[in-house]
Structures are given as structure tokens and as C-alpha cells.
Design a protein around this ligand. Structure first.
Ligand SMILES: C[S@@+](CC[C@H](N)C(=O)[O-])C[C@H]1O[C@@H](n2cnc3c(N)ncnc32)[C@H](O)[C@@H]1O
Length: 311
């Protein structure tokens, strides 16, 4: 099959067969160690190292909190809070390929009040939009959506030492400003959707872009993967951070009785794609596969977190 028809076939596979509810009930049935790994790294980037403003290698949670407390003691609390809110409103975060999954925004919303989610599929965007509109009143006991995400929010609440996961649920719902279409194969993955994707200042470049388990599944070859990385990087401001999380040595995953292909990644491929896109790798972490094949029907050997900075 020529490349163009393979690409159209992949798009059709996603449009016709990706079912948000079923995807969640397979891959997000539990909070497993691989998802904990992703959440912990995002927590570290946004909450501990303050979006890369402090060195993540040298700052511990307690140091971060102590310094924050010291700073706040020096200022009138109300003024400090207003200032913090203004700063959080100015920072822009974009997630590429959110799928039906709202958990990357948990830590991002500690740093920014302007988060945009995006996905290729209408059904995934609708799932996120629906979840965002749910309030405490609509959370009837036994509702699938509630049961799915509470443990994930609780996990991050514990990392932040927050009073409760409910605070973080509200924080995410307050901070996500738009859920927009994207296609990482396009030179402009957000398709010039500036009305919803830019903030009040009218800027459309982002300070931080997160993408988890998307680029290797949206593409068919290493070359296409590199093109997708370059396309996404175009949406980042110089000096901004790109967080790429994904699966290593993975060739496919099963979903809805269909085999969804993946570009087989290793560290060298990811770092080379980032370098070609004008980014410098700042941090790389890996976790060897912990989930049995029956629980996660994919053939990855590990998951990874890569933090890169656009030069
Ligand atoms: C394996 S799912 C990952 C979803 C979610 N990020 C997660 O961590 O579970 C792959 C996602 O890539 C999206 N996708 C597929 N093709 C894409 C494309 N060309 N551009 C952007 N996203 C795409 C799908 O809609 C789907 O949400």
C-alpha cells in the first residue's frame, strides 16, 4: 500500500473504531504503576520544579514548599495570591492528543490557568468536554466517569499534600479553556484554531506542551514521527518546554478488537526527532513495563518521560 493510502487507513481506523468508553475501561481501569510514573513526572515538572523555573534535579518537594512559604511570609497574602493568579493566567499549556483522558491537566493546573486540550477525534473531545461540565451535583454515585478518575486525582492530591482530590478536580475544570481538534501530521496541528487556542493576549504559542502516548500512534514510520514532533514543536515558544511521554519498543495495541499500530520507539529515535525539531533534551526517565499483557494489551517494553526545551 502506498504511504498515502496507509495514512488514510490509519485515520479511518481511529475514526471508525476508537471508542472512548472501551479505551478507558481497558487502559484506565486502575491506577497502575505506569500511569503513576506519568503523573509523578508531570507533578515534578509543574509542581516541584515550577514548570522548569527551578532545577528539577536539585529541588525536593520539601525545599520547594519551604521556599514558597518563605516567599509568602514576606508578602501580604492577598497581594501574593492575586499576583500568583495573574501569573497562572498568563502561562499557556497545550496537551496534544489528550484522547478521552483528563489526567495530564491535574498537575498542569497547579501551574497554569490556561490549558488547552486537543485530539484528532470528535468522540474523544466530546468525552473530555462532557467530563469538564460535570459538577459535584451531577456526580451521581456509581457513575463510570467518577469512579474512573477519582483515584488518579487522589494520587496527585497526595503528592501535592492537598487537602482533597475535590480541590484538584475543581482546579482542572476551572483551568481547561478549550478542547480543540488537532492533527499532528499537519504543519499547523491546531489548524489555525486561534480563537479558542490562544489566550487573552492573543498569543498562540504555548509555554509548555504535553503529549502522552500519541505521536507514536498517530504516525506510521520514524520519519513521520519526526515530522509530527517538528509540527508540534512549531506551537511552542522559544525557551518553552515540550514533555513527551510514551511507550518504548511498542509495535501495536489492541482496542475494540482491532490492532492499532505504533512506531517502534527507542530513546535515540525520540531524542533525534527532538534535536531535528530544534529542542534540547533536558531530562529522560524510563520505567520498565510493569503491567501484564492481559491488563494492557500492548507490547511495549517500558514507558518513558522526556523533557525537552525549544532552543
Ligand atoms: C493511545 S491514544 C492515547 C490517548 C491519551 N493521550 C492517553 O494517554 O491515554 C492515541 C491518541 O492519539 C490520537 N491521534 C490519532 N491520530 C492522531 C493525529 N493524526 N493527530 C493527533 N492525534 C491523533 C487519538 O485520537 C488518540 O486519542
Amino acid at each position: 500500500m502506498a504511504m498515502e493510502s496507509k495514512r488514510l487507513a490509519l485515520e479511518k481506523l481511529y475514526k471508525d473504531n476508537f471508542q472512548p468508553e472501551e479505551y478507558l475501561s481497558t487502559y484506565y481501569r486502575n491506577l497502575d504503576p505506569e500511569v503513576e510514573f506519568f503523573l509523578r513526572n508531570l507533578h515534578h515538572f509543574f509542581f516541584v520544579s515550577n514548570g522548569g523555573e527551578k532545577s528539577s534535579a536539585t529541588t525536593s518537594v520539601s525545599e520547594g514548599l519551604e521556599k514558597q512559604v518563605e516567599r509568602e511570609a514576606d508578602e501580604d497574602e492577598k497581594v501574593a495570591k492575586k499576583k500568583e493568579k495573574r501569573v497562572k493566567e498568563k502561562r499557556r499549556v497545550l496537551e496534544i492528543g489528550s484522547g478521552p483522558v483528563p489526567i495530564s491537566m491535574i498537575s498542569a493546573s497547579s501551574w497554569s490557568e490556561w490549558i488547552v486540550c486537543s485530539d484528532f477525534l470528535e468522540q474523544n473531545r466530546q468525552t473530555i468536554k462532557h467530563w469538564l461540565t460535570m459538577t459535584a451535583v451531577t456526580l451521581a454515585p456509581g457513575r463510570h466517569e467518577v469512579e474512573t478518575w477519582l483515584p488518579f486525582f487522589r494520587y496527585v492530591a497526595e503528592l501535592e499534600r492537598a487537602e482533597s482530590e475535590a480541590i484538584l478536580l475543581d482546579r482542572v475544570r476551572h483551568s481547561v479553556r478549550a478542547v480543540v481538534p488537532c492533527n499532528v501530521l499537519l504543519t499547523d496541528p491546531l489548524m489555525d484554531n486561534k480563537d479558542t487556542a490562544c489566550n487573552a493576549d492573543g498569543h498562540s504559542l504555548y509555554d509548555v506542551i504535553i503529549t502522552t502516548l500519541c505521536l507514536e500512534f498517530a504516525t506510521l514510520t520514524v520519519e513521520e514521527y519526526s515530522t509530527a514532533v517538528a509540527n508540534v514543536t512549531r506551537l511552542l515558544r522559544p525557551g518553552g518546554f515540550l514533555i513527551v511521554q510514551g511507550a518504548l519498543e511498542n509495535s501495536h495495541y489492541w482496542h475494540n478488537n482491532q490492532e492499532f499500530p505504533s512506531v517502534v520507539l527507542n530513546r535515540a529515535i525520540v531524542e533525534s526527532a527532538l534535536a531535528d525539531a530544534g529542542c534540547q533534551t533536558v531530562d529522560w526517565k524510563e520505567l520498565a513495563r510493569c503491567c501484564p499483557q492481559q491488563e494492557k494489551p500492548a507490547d511495549h517494553s517500558a514507558v518513558f518521560y522526556c523533557l525537552a526545551r525549544k532552543i
